[in-house]
Design a protein around this ligand. Structure first.
Ligand code: B12
Length: 245
C-alpha cells in the first residue's frame, strides 16, 4: 500500500481533498489524551467541499440550511474516515479515525487533535487570518477529518501562505473578531489571530437562533475570495446551446 493508493481510495469514498502529514511536523502539538500520537507516524487529512449555494446565502449569521449542511458534512467526513481507516487496517497497519467535530473540553473548546494543524502539515492548504485552513481550490469552504496511522506512507509538504494583504474575512466579521494579522506558517495560539472571546460569544449566540443548534457562523468562510466559484468555470456552463425548435 502506498500513499497514492490511500489517496485514490479516499477520493473514491467522497473526499475532495486528501493529503498525508508527517507527524514529526506536529511534534508537541496539543492533543487529548496527551499521548494520542504515540505509535503513529502519519495522518491522512481529508477535506470535503461545502456547497457554494449554501455558503453564498450567508450574510451576517448562519442559515438553517447551513446548519443541516454542517451536520451532514460531518457525517460524510466520519463515514469517509471510517472507510479509509478500514482500507489501511485491512492492509496491515494500525489506524485511528478522529471524528470531524467532537468537542471534548467545553471550557477550553478543544478536541482530540486540531484537524487544521494536520491539514496544514499535509499540504491541504495554509492557515488564513480567520484561523481556518484555506485550500487553493476551495478556499475555507471545506470541512476536515483525520485518520492517524502507523503506515510509513509518503508524506506531503505544507503550502505557503497566500493571504497577503487581503482583509476581507476581518472586514466581514460581525463582531470584529479577526485581528488581520498574517503568519508565514501557522499561528502559535488562536489569540494571536483572533479575539477568541468575541468569536465564541457570537457562535454561542448563533446557536440559540431559530433552527440553529450548533455553535456555527460561516461569515468568514463566505467572505474569503479563495474558493469562490470562478466566473470562467461558470461561463463554461453558460455557453448557449444551439437548439432549433
Ligand atoms: C472547538 C472547535 C471550535 C470552537 C473553538 C474554535 C477554535 N478556534 O479553536 C468554536 C465553537 C468557537 C469554533 C468555531 C468555528 N469553527 Co470550529 N472546531 C472546533 C473543533 C471541534 C476543535 C478545535 C480545537 O481543538 N482547537 C484547539 C486549538 C488549540 O487548536 P488550533 O487553534 O487549531 O491550533 C493549535 C495548534 O494545533 C497549533 N497549530 C495550528 N496549526 C498548526 C500547524 C502546524 C504544522 C503545527 C506544528 C501547529 C499548529 O497552534 C494552535 C495552538 O496550540 C474543530 C474540529 C477539530 N477536531 O479540529 C472544529 C473546526 C476547527 N471548526 C471549523 C469551523 C469551520 C468553525 C467555524 C467557521 C464555525 C462554522 N462551522 O461555521 C468557526 C470559526 C472560528 C475560528 N475562526 O476559529 C472547522 C475548520 C475548517 C477549516 N476550513 O479550517 C473544523 C476543523 C471542523 C471540521 N471538521 O472541519 N470551533
Amino acid at each position: 500500500m502506498n500513499s497514492y493508493q490511500v489517496k485514490d481510495f479516499a477520493r473514491q469514498c467522497g473526499a475532495d481533498l486528501v493529503g498525508i502529514a508527517d507527524l514529526a511536523l506536529l511534534d508537541g502539538i496539543q492533543t487529548e489524551p496527551v499521548d494520542l500520537l504515540k505509535g503513529y507516524r502519519r495522518a491522512v487529512s481529508i477535506g470535503v467541499r461545502l456547497a457554494d449555494g449554501v455558503l453564498d446565502a450567508i450574510e451576517d449569521r448562519p442559515t438553517p440550511i447551513y446548519q443541516q449542511h454542517y451536520l451532514k458534512t460531518n457525517l460524510l467526513l466520519d463515514d469517509i474516515a471510517l472507510r479509509v481507516s478500514q482500507y489501511i487496517q485491512a492492509r496491515g497497519s494500525k489506524t485511528l479515525p478522529i471524528p470531524a467535530s467532537q468537542l471534548l473540553d467545553k471550557e477550553n473548546w478543544t478536541s482530540y487533535i486540531s484537524h487544521k494543524a494536520v491539514a496544514i502539515a499535509a499540504g491541504l492548504g495554509w492557515q488564513g487570518k480567520s484561523l481556518l485552513v484555506i485550500s487553493q481550490d476551495f478556499g475555507p469552504r471545506i470541512r476536515l477529518a483525520t485518520i492517524l496511522t502507523d503506515a510509513a506512507i509518503k508524506p506531503d509538504h505544507p503550502q505557503k501562505n497566500r493571504c497577503g494583504r487581503c482583509s476581507l474575512c476581518s472586514d466581514a466579521c460581525p463582531v470584529g473578531a479577526i485581528k488581520n494579522v498574517n503568519t508565514s506558517s501557522h499561528y502559535s495560539s488562536r489569540d494571536e489571530a483572533i479575539h477568541f472571546d468575541r468569536c465564541l460569544a457570537r457562535v454561542l449566540e448563533n446557536s440559540s437562533r431559530p433552527f440553529i443548534e450548533s455553535p456555527i457562523c460561516g461569515v468568514c468562510i463566505r467572505a474569503c475570495p479563495w474558493g469562490k466559484t470562478r466566473k470562467r468555470k461558470v461561463k463554461e456552463f453558460e455557453q448557449p446551446l444551439n437548439f432549433r425548435s
